[in-house]
Design a binder for this molecule. Structure first.
Ligand code: ADP
Ligand code: MG
Ligand code: MG
Length: 866
């Protein structure tokens, strides 16, 4: 039978999948000679078997053997003190193969019994410490293993403090803590879940509870949000306790080998004197920066610097480590690759490559391409901002404006109304994950830069300010108080997670400046990119911005917005109302001039690069005022409104998305087609005459049949006769067009996959309405992700692949592009990287597309020229 319990010294070389991230990190650190308290690891395989069958035969014998080894290494007997020797106590810690911070629970001080407390008090000469350790064990075990709510224990602690007139925990003496421990014991007894006063029973209960915690709702939610597989299971680490709460020469802390917000190299982190680890992570007390150790414990600081250096050399990445100091001796308790902001990710990758720690290719692979838009996150415009009314710690960069929301439910309410929310909490816990996910910003009163709120916000890319201690939050009453100023639910707040400043009301924001480091990273990435990257841009400003981000043209220029502008809309409406050919001709003539000027500007902004113009796509009634408004104006005697009303009623569609639009409209109102294409051709001609290099392409939307394309092409050819041809293409955005790709391909020069509509039609859902159920689908685990955000490879991807391959076969010169929202999503870009010639993304996501395409090239190996 396979071994399921490994000492750290036996675990070297085993996989992270088997040992879990925590166990793996501990084994590696121990092997690297770093000071780690003795421990053994129960494998993920044992967890999986336990969850399948409810038992693991032979496991407890193995655990006993492991514990015997720990007793030997630590030189203390488990749970029992002997004379001056204190009892061996352990922590029971969970650790999945993938980091899931705060999702599963750890029990500390395990093994203590009433006799053990006495022994511990004797051995340390510190009865207060002994009873404090015991009451902590009771509360943690009571919560994690026996299922009592944490607030019950907190409430009993508060009650005792009130009785004793104590302001803080520190004012409670050993007898008070003893009294508290007995109250906890009696409470657990009374609720029918007595605390086991036997070390082995405690150990077994805790290990099983860790196994089961894999299935708890918080852990499930976290896995869904981050796409972590359900079947990994968690390992359990059983580790000899070291104590950070033995006095002023003890403490516990968290360190980063580089700054997780900026990426700057250097030891960075927080320390809490005379405390147990839980106090830091829970954000209950605000710790001090590690820097301060230089002042009162320079030796320790120096030691931490060396540890940081060795960790980085060993793991070749920025590490986030936990440590405890017991009476001046440093112990490492955990290490993992640190979560970081997009800014930090880029800086760390580039600088590590320059330090020779990793290769340039590794640097390119290490940056999450989808996070790049976060680099371009705005900040508060300091020149226009009033004085901040509150200041906290800058935990996750970016500025956010939103409505104060004090509960998950409040955030969800605002979200449902399409309003931005700022989640305001005393501190956050894993229960708040939904609110944090949906909020535009997070603000907490307590906790440091490594508190739950800060870590999760950075992971989610949500701007956050934490530890704003001048604020008191009353979630139940839906309000917060800052120096007598009351903030109520719905009040507008602005926060800047880069500075820690918080403002009342909506404050103007400024966009971020470009990053030199990012440019360097992209310059390393570019040689590995084969896929072209264009932008979706409808305006000259968007075109210029996209070009600055490195777009190699426009893959989708929508023309409808040009129709909406104030000076044009009257002519669009005349066009719609036209009853005679003359009326129609006049309206089209006016619109022609507007369009030509628009096209000239865009072609100029993209001079020398292709610009794909999509002819009119939406149904005509979208250009009319709402029916109710027309009806009201008609009633008031407005004649034109009356005429528009009758037209609008005639044009009204039950299902406009599937209605009279796109190529259908263009073929049946060919005047619009001719006007638009002629405006494009003439714009190009004029620019060329002025010495520029315009590269227009024209594209028809929504085709479902080759006949439509044939007819559209014939219309275009009439104008090409006069102006010379330009590339003519079609969108592939109906499933039928994808199915008939082989017949359509010979009729065109390019396909552009409109994956927005293709997804909607393949799934039979509308993006505008899916907000009501798609998020729930993802939450319930029915879909692994939202297919409107990330391309569904299985279904929509299959249509795309088939159409691409059959289209190319039928027309070897066919060019292939993608222009849906997916064109700027890293996973989708990687999927099409070998399939298509280019992708087209919104300007801010051009960087993401470039990096993701390069990563696809690197992952495949040798780059091929385009
Ligand atoms: P998490 O997965 O939430 O980080 P951990 O297992 O790391 O949980 O435990 C939480 C805290 O408990 C840690 O920050 C660490 O400081 C403390 N802790 C865990 N094991 C020990 C131990 N053997 N001795 C002292 N403190 C410990
Ligand atoms: Mg930890
Ligand atoms: Mg479309």
């Amino acid at each position: 039978m396979a071994k399921r319990v490994y000492l750290l010294s036996e675990a070297r070389g085993l996989s992270r999948d088997l040992l879990g991230g925590k166990g793996f990190g501990l084994a590696e650190m121990a092997a690297a000679g770093l000071p780690v308290p003795p421990a053994f690891i129960v494998t993920t395989e044992a967890c999986r078997q336990y969850l399948r069958t409810g038992e693991v035969p032979g496991l407890w014998e193995e655990v006993r053997a492991g514990m015997a080894a720990l007793e030997g290494l630590a030189g203390k007997p488990f749970g029992r003190g002997e004379g001056k020797t204190p009892p061996l106590l352990v922590s029971v810690r969970s650790g999945a193969p993938v980091s899931m911070p705060g999702m599963m629970d750890t029990v500390l001080n395990l093994g203590l019994t009433l006799e053990g407390v006495e022994a511990l008090a004797r051995a340390t000469g510190n009865p207060r410490f002994a009873w404090d350790s015991f009451r902590r064990l009771l509360a943690m075990y009571g919560e994690v293993v026996l299922g009592e709510r944490a607030e019950v224990f907190e409430g009993m602690l508060s009650a005792l403090k009130a009785e004793r007139g104590a302001g803080t925990d520190a004012e409670l003496g050993p007898e008070d803590l003893e009294e508290l421990a007995y109250r906890y014991l009696r409470h657990l007894e009374a609720r029918g879940t007595p605390f086991p006063l036997d070390p082995w029973a405690q150990l077994q209960g805790a290990i099983e509870a860790v196994f089961k915690s894999w299935q708890n709702p918080r852990a499930r939610t976290y896995r869904r949000i981050y796409g972590i597989p359900e079947d990994l299971g968690t390992a359990v680490v059983v580790q000899a306790m070291v104590f950070g709460n033995l006095g002023e020469d003890s403490g516990t802390g968290v360190g980063f080998t580089r700054n997780p917000a900026t990426g700057e190299k250097g030891l960075y982190g927080e320390y809490l004197r005379n405390a147990q680890g839980e106090d830091v992570v829970a954000g209950v007390r605000t710790p001090e920066p590690l820097e301060r150790l230089k002042g009162y414990a320079p030796g320790l600081y120096e030691e931490l610097l060396q540890v940081a250096e060795r960790l980085e050399r060993h793991f070749r990445d920025m590490q986030d480590f936990e440590f405890t100091v017991e009476r001046g001796r440093l112990y490492l308790l955990q290490t993992r690759s640190g979560k970081r902001t997009a800014q930090a990710a880029v800086r760390i990758a580039v600088e590590m490559a320059e330090e020779g720690l990793i290769s340039r290719e590794e640097a390119v692979m290490r940056v999450e391409a989808n996070a790049l838009p976060g680099l371009l996150r705005p900040s508060v415009d300091r020149d226009k901002a009033p004085k901040p009314f509150l200041k906290g710690l800058p935990a996750s960069p970016g500025a956010a404006v939103g409505h104060a929301a004090f509960t998950n439910e409040a955030v969800e309410r605002f979200h449902a109304q399409g309003l931005p929310a700022i989640l305001v909490r005393p501190e956050t816990t894993p229960e708040d994950i939904t609110g944090m996910y949906l909020a535009k910003g997070i603000l907490t009163a307590r906790g440091g830069l490594t508190s739950h709120a800060a870590v999760v916000a950075r992971g989610l890319g949500v701007p956050a300010v934490v530890g704003a201690e001048a604020m008191r939050v009353f979630p139940d009453e839906g309000k917060a108080l800052v120096d007598g100023v009351e903030v109520r639910e719905g009040d507008l707040l602005t926060l800047d997670g880069g500075t820690g400043e918080v403002y009342l009301g909506a404050v103007p924001l400024v966009e971020a400046a470009g990053e030199a480091l990012l440019e360097k990273l992209l310059s390393w990435a570019e040689p590995h990119r084969r896929l072209g990257v264009r932008a979706n841009a409808d305006t000259p400003e968007d075109a210029r911005r996209a070009r600055a981000f490195g777009a190699e043209g426009i893959g989708l220029c929508r023309t409808e917005h040009m129709f909406f502008q104030e000076d044009r809309i009257p002519w669009v409406r005349r066009l719609i109302l036209a009853e005679t050919p003359e009326e129609e001709a006049e309206a089209l003539e006016r619109l022609f001039h507007f369009q030509k000027e628009d096209f000239k500007e865009i072609l100029l902004a993209m001079d020398g690069l292709p610009v794909t113009v999509r002819l009119l796509d939406p149904p005509l009634h979208e250009f009319l005022p709402p029916l109710e408004e027309l009806a009201r104006r008609a009633e008031e005697g407005d004649e034109e409104a009356g005429r528009l009303l009758r037209r609008a009623e005639a044009l009204k569609e039950v299902n406009p998305m599937l209605g009279f639009r796109g190529v259908r409209l263009l073929l049946l109102r060919p005047g619009i087609f001719r006007m638009q294409l002629k405006a494009l051709l003439e714009a190009a001609r004029e620019l060329k005459e002025a010495g520029h290099d315009p590269r227009p392409e024209v594209m028809v939307p929504l085709v479902a049949d080759p006949k439509e394309v044939e007819r559209a092409r014939a219309l275009a050819e009439e104008l090409f006769l006069e102006y010379g041809p330009i590339p003519f293409g079609t969108m592939i955005e109906t499933p039928r067009a994808a199915l008939l790709a082989a017949e359509i391909a010979p009729l065109v020069d390019f396909f552009s996959f409109g994956t927005n509509d293709l997804t909607q039609m393949a799934f039979g859902l509308s993006r505008d309405d899916a907000g009501k159920f798609l998020p729930r689908y993802v939450e319930e685990g029915l879909f692994p992700f939202d297919p409107t955000e990330r391309l569904d490879e299985k279904g929509v991807g299959r249509l795309l692949r088939m159409a691409a391959e059959e289209g190319r076969k039928a027309n070897p010169r066919l060019k292939l592009g993608l222009c849906g929202e997916h064109g700027g999503e890293a996973g989708s870009v990687r999927f099409v990287a070998d399939l298509l010639d280019y992708t087209s993304a919104s300007p801010f996501r051009v960087l993401t597309a470039r990096l993701a395409a390069a990563q696809a090239g690197l992952a495949r190996g040798t780059p091929e020229p385009a």
